[in-house]
Design a binder for this molecule. Structure first.
Ligand code: CTP
Length: 451
């Protein structure tokens, strides 16, 4: 019996795929098809795949051509598979000509002519990419624009700003730059809001009312009532309002959360997260308001707390110091959060420096994420006996911005914006902002809030 193996993503299964599978099968008697796992695709930079692994496997199965379907999960797996299944022929389309010659050592390699005129990328492009407008004044938007070039589901076509000083790069490259929000809204499907949090509520409302989806920098707003009203408006208009916390969309971080939910370190008793960056963060120019420490870093630091311990805490208190240079903001804030059977702290600072690490302590072990944990590609799972410790690496490209944009496009497509951050968590973050602002009279020192 001649065994043949072939691999692919098989997103939005098309005629080209089917023809390849038929010809692959005809090379022998038994066909094994390797479908690439979502993580593996993401790791090798293919981040715009639309269907889930399950859906892609189901489509390949429905062709009835494959005798066996396996999942491709890691670099080098092809060699293992060929040996494990006793494969005689490895085949792929001619777009890979030469690339897999190294497999000749293990079996015969055949490149089949690729079917002209059809590809998953083209089908995705035909569905139209999302026209996105950006609103804000930070130089960070230059980075967002650059990252969007890697995401073919999203096209940044407009920029709205009250101050273009730091945005010359992106201004040169996009069709529309304006200081009128309404004008920008006319030409886009969605907006990314990166202005000061005190402006978000009004801006989000305007965008939703104009029928546009919204990706908004965190904190989305500063009051729960505002958040609830905006979520109702989004639902009424069948639009997506999604929170932009890049960390949430990163592979290492989302794997860490799954690992904890799976009980790897036992019951979690403490989550301690620190994020600091001296003065540079949120210092957005003359005309713009400076972000405080908690506004700037709080949402990121609170993310693991609420995602791991939930949002039903029983007590919260703040220790905060005023920024001497910008007295309306906090230079440092520490938040203690109590749960019936757990505790958490976050430390955030734009005027105080500390080690930006994340430690999650459990009854069986703990997870340590070194600084800067919020853009990590690496973490350690540690136990009492050091020989059981594990180090986990995940590839991260571009600060997570591109993953966030891909997820936003997915969310609009599927109508589900809660895959990575649930509505409860976003609301709890807004709630902390509201409590903090209420506790800041006087601004200095401790103010305990009994709930
Ligand atoms: N293939 C083919 N003819 C096409 C498209 C794909 O023969 N028109 C083959 C590829 O060479 C590969 C297999 O089908 O052996 C799976 O390809 P995959 O990468 O999943 O599909 P593409 O349509 O090429 O996807 P993308 O556009 O995302 O690269």
């Amino acid at each position: 019996m001649t065994k043949v193996i072939t691999y692919g993503t098989y997103d939005l299964l098309h005629y080209g795929h089917i023809r390849l599978l038929e010809r692959a099968k005809a090379l022998g008697d038994y066909l094994i098809v390797g479908v690439t796992a979502d993580d593996f695709d993401r790791q090798r930079g293919k981040i715009n795949v639309q269907q889930t692994l399950e859906e892609r496997v189901a489509s390949v199965k429905s062709t009835g051509i494959a005798d066996k379907i396996i999942i491709e999960e890691y670099e080098g797996q092809k060699i293992d598979d060929i040996k494990r299944y006793g494969v005689d022929i490895f085949t792929v389309g001619s777009d890979w000509e030469g690339y897999f010659d190294y497999l000749n050592e293990y079996c015969k390699v055949v490149y089949l002519p690729r079917t002209q005129g059809v590809s998953s990328s083209e089908i995705r492009a035909e569905e139209g990419s999302l026209k996105l407008g950006m609103l804000g004044y930070s130089s960070f938007l230059n980075k967002v624009y650059k990252e969007s070039q890697y995401v073919n589901a999203v096209d940044i076509t407009a920029l709205c700003s009250s101050d273009f000083t730091k945005l010359e790069d992106v201004r040169e490259n996009i069709p529309l730059a304006t200081n009128k929000f309404e004008e920008m809204l006319e030409g886009v499907d969605a907006v990314y809001i990166h202005s000061h949090p005190s402006l978000h509520a009004e801006e989000i409302r305007t965008a939703l009312q104009a029928g546009k989806n919204v990706l908004c920098e965190s904190p989305v707003v500063l009051k729960k009532t505002q958040y609830d009203a905006l979520m109702d408006l989004a639902a009424e208009k069948s639009l997506v309002l999604m929170e932009a916390i890049r960390t949430a969309y990163m592979l290492a971080y989302s794997r860490l959360i799954l690992m904890i939910k799976g009980g790897k370190i036992g019951k979690v008793v403490s989550v301690d997260a620190t994020c600091t960056s001296l003065r540079t963060y949120g210092n957005f120019g003359e005309k713009s308001r400076k972000w405080g420490s908690l506004e700037g870093w709080g949402p990121t630091a609170l993310l693991p707390v609420f995602q791991i311990l939930g949002t039903q805490y029983t007590e919260m208190d703040f220790f905060s110091l005023v920024d001497e240079e910008y007295p309306e903001t906090d230079a440092f804030t520490k938040v203690n959060i109590r749960y019936p059977e757990a505790t958490a702290t976050i430390k955030v600072g734009t005027g105080v420096k500390s080690e930006g690490e994340l430690i999650i302590s459990g009854t069986k072990g703990y997870i340590y994420v070194p600084a800067p944990w919020w853009k990590t590609d690496y973490f350690e799972v540690r136990f009492e006996h050091a020989e059981e410790n594990k180090r986990q690496f995940y590839k991260l490209e571009g600060d997570g911005i591109r993953y966030e944009l891909v997820e936003f496009a997915h969310a609009i497509h599927s109508g589900n914006a809660e895959f990575y951050i649930s509505r409860n968590v976003t609301r709890a973050i807004v709630d902390v902002m509201e409590r903090f602002n209420a506790s800041q009279e006087p601004r200095r020192g401790e103010d305990k809030l009994a709930l």
